[in-house]
Design a protein around this ligand. Structure first.
Ligand code: HAM
Length: 421
């Protein structure tokens, strides 16, 4: 029987696994500098958590959630995103009762049953941050600055930041009504999906990429006309703070988001290397979610980056790093030398030195091939003759030079050799 991985899932290994590791390490470093601490929430939660947070009429809730009933008849969903679970954890662990705001970052798999294509998976990974418990526009600017700093550090230059102001739920209610009034007489110019959206979720029309729809959308009333002074002032303060720290962005007054919890600032990061699925990261403010989940009213803002998409954006000068250049490879000839080599391997590793041996390769030639493949800097050659003399041969793979070293003091001399590189 041959099992295959599920559609839209992938096995991560080799360069991609190294890429993940590097991106995660960079995230911990950059987010730490910005004062975020890691949080790991479960990959499964009550389904209702997502329905309430993301909105019942969103594509994610309607079509994309992996959900099931467990043995005790609880309706469960695999998390399609990280924000809802973090707000739940924030309240459940009483972080809202502590003084000051809460800043979390997270890394992990998300699940959406979408039609798989390049850059769109059913199990994908996000790296994100959430700041909870503040209304300050500086928090919005801080997460955007943090995102830009991270993308720069990761080597994903060439991205674009688009910003919009979605106002409050109240302001949007009014806007929604006006949008409906505007689009209804233009139904002929809209695609089938948009005609459906007119009834279900009129905002999503603004996001449509179909040419004929774009023409109608361009003349629709902009959300700005429906925002009150407080929302406008908040957005202006975010922009001012971004300008002050030199973050470049453009306004996209027709940008809406696929999740319903957003209020005021929303942003999207696109990258030219991504093609049709060009959103590399996205986020925004969600000032009503904490209250929706039973907490005292408090603001929050965050973002998430798609890790698989980020890997697609890295420039070739930023390759995921291969095995350590200082690795020692131990090649042996004969049973006794093998046993001695195996002991040396263990002693090197105990000292924290990366060392390899190929247990199945028999001839010296095939062991040298393995050494080459592993990109080891040095090969330690140990045959019966060397063993008798109490030495081993150290070959430097960068220039082919060889020298003999004493076996007794092997570990110390190899450790100090590594130190000189
Ligand atoms: P989102 O826009 O749904 O936002 O997803 C964020 C990012 O996840 C996208 O920009 C994309 O890079 C990646 N992504 C989404 N779906 C897929 C997929 N099927 N395959 C591959 N990558 C994908 C959120 O999830 C919000 N929780 C972001 C946020 C945090 N807002 C506030 N805080």
């Amino acid at each position: 029987m041959h099992f295959k991985r599920l559609r839209g899932t992938h096995d991560i290994y080799g360069d991609e696994a190294r890429g993940f590791e590097r991106l995660e390490a960079a995230a911990r470093e950059v987010f730490g500098v910005f004062g975020f601490e890691e949080i790991r929430t479960p990959v499964m939660e009550e389904k209702e958590l997502f329905t309430r947070a993301l909105g019942n009429d969103t594509d994610v809730v309607q079509k994309e959630m992996y959900e099931f009933e467990d043995r005790s008849k609880v309706r469960i969903a695999l998390r399609p995103e990280g924000t809802a679970g973090i707000v739940r954890a924030y309240l459940e662990n009483n972080f809202d009762k502590r003084e000051g705001l809460c800043k979390f970052y997270y890394v992990g798999p998300m699940f959406r049953s979408e039609r798989p294509q390049a850059g769109r998976l059913r199990q994908f990974h996000q790296i994100g941050v959430e700041t909870l418990g503040t209304d300050s526009p500086y928090a919005d600017a801080e997460v955007i600055q943090c995102l830009a700093a991270y993308l720069d550090r990761a080597g994903a230059g060439g991205y674009k930041i688009k910003l919009n102001n979605l106002g409050t739920f109240e302001e949007r209610k009014h806007f929604k009504g006006e949008l409906k009034k505007y689009f209804e007489p233009h139904q002929k110019g809209l695609c089938e999906d948009c005609v459906r959206r007119l009834e279900k979720n009129v905002f999503r029309i603004l996001d449509c990429k179909v040419e004929s729809c774009r023409k109608v959308i361009e003349k629709s009333p902009p959300i700005e006309n429906f925002l009150n002074a407080e929302s406008k002032a908040h957005y202006a303060a975010v922009c001012e703070a971004l300008d002050a720290v030199g973050i470049k962005y453009t306004h996209d007054f027709y940008m809406v988001r696929g999740l319903d919890y957003y209020t005021k600032t929303v942003f999207e990061i696109t990258h030219s290397k991504l093609g049709a699925q060009d959103a590399l990261a996205a986020g925004g403010r969600y000032d009503s979610l904490i209250e929706t989940f039973g907490g005292k009213p408090a603001g929050a803002v965050g973002f998430a980056i798609g890790v698989e998409r980020l890997l697609m954006c890295l420039s070739p000068e930023e390759p995921a790093q291969g095995p350590s250049a200082n690795t020692f490879f131990i090649a042996t000839l004969g049973e006794e030398a093998f046993r001695e080599g195996f002991k040396l391997l263990s002693r090197l590793r105990v000292r924290g030195v990366a060392a390899l041996m190929d247990f199945s390769a028999k001839s010296l030639k095939s062991q040298m091939r393995s050494a080459d493949k592993s990109k080891s800097r040095y090969v330690i050659i140990l045959g019966e003759d060397e063993l008798k003399k109490g030495i081993f041969i150290l070959k430097d793979m960068t220039n082919g030079s060889q020298k003999e070293l004493g076996l007794k003091e092997a570990v110390d001399s190899l450790v100090s050799l590594r130190g000189t590189n």
